[in-house]
Design a protein around this ligand. Structure first.
Ligand SMILES: [Zn+2]
Length: 255
């Protein structure tokens, strides 16, 4: 993998158009499929409604978003309705997020959010475009990256450093169990995973997770059984090998 973009011979009308061409050409040339390890991703014909790339070996689909600066807590994405409809579909795309450096024309960060981290709660509906806009009334979406657990942000390139492929594939495999759950069930799981990770340590106690009771209660207003819900998610995460049970009330995050 080389991080630099190939000089393009084509002249583009705008900066964003040329950036799109460079970044897409880079992904086609260098990005591998994190799901099956296939060496290449293939580009979809232009104007596919949601996805940009496809793995010809395992059929995983990918959407590419790229920008100069780092992505914040929200990433603007396509039409809200299309995003919601695709959530439950088997070909919902994984999200590739790329930061590049405009001066050196090279990739700085490339991160992938596996599709099983996408639940209804992280897709935010934006306000319809104003009547004066070219696409008046069109409703876009934001992806709330801030609500995605760290284990759902897999770095392929981080601060200009290419991470080993085996590690990326391992990190991908670690959370695949989420795919067997419905988007509704996954919401709670992902939120509890994020609470566990936010403690920033390997060993933790049930009480430390109970401390998020109010926070989780705000995310799920109307649910008055937050503590049993927390225990249920921890048990599930333990059964799937994401965490292990050490002794009564204490757990360990598996690395
Ligand atoms: Zn693949």
């Amino acid at each position: 993998m080389k991080l630099g973009f190939e000089e393009s011979q084509t002249a583009y009308a705008s900066d964003s158009q040329s950036a799109r061409a460079w970044t897409e050409a880079w992904v086609s040339a260098w990005a591998y499929c994190p799901h099956c390890g296939h060496a290449k991703m293939s580009q979809f014909p232009n104007n596919s409604p949601v996805a940009d790339f496809l793995c010809l070996s395992c059929s995983e689909e990918f959407e590419l978003k790229s920008q100069k600066g780092k992505f914040g807590a929200k990433v603007a994405d396509g039409a809200y309705r299309t995003k919601c409809e695709r959530l439950a579909a088997s070909n919902n795309p994984n999200l590739l997020l790329m930061n590049y450096d405009r001066k050196s024309l090279s990739v700085v960060n490339l991160m992938i959010v596996p599709k099983h981290f996408f639940v209804r709660d992280i897709i935010e509906e934006r306000r319809p475009l104003a009547a004066t806009a070219r696409r008046a009334g069109w409703i876009g979406s934001n992806i709330l990256l801030g609500r995605v657990p760290e284990s759902g942000k897999i770095h392929i390139v981080q601060n200009g450093v290419i991470r080993p492929k085996e590690i990326v594939l391992q990190e991908w495999q670690k959370t695949l169990f989420l795919r067997s759950e419905s988007p509704e069930t996954r919401g709670w799981l992902l939120d509890v995973m994020q609470c566990v990770e936010s403690l920033g340590k390997q060993d933790f106690t049930l009480d430390e997770i109970y401390a998020f009771e109010e926070h989780l209660g705000r995310l799920y207003p109307g649910n008055h059984n937050v503590r049993p819900k927390i225990r249920q998610q921890l048990q599930y995460l333990r059964d799937r090998g994401f965490i292990e049970f050490v002794s009564r009330g204490s757990y360990r995050l598996r690395s």
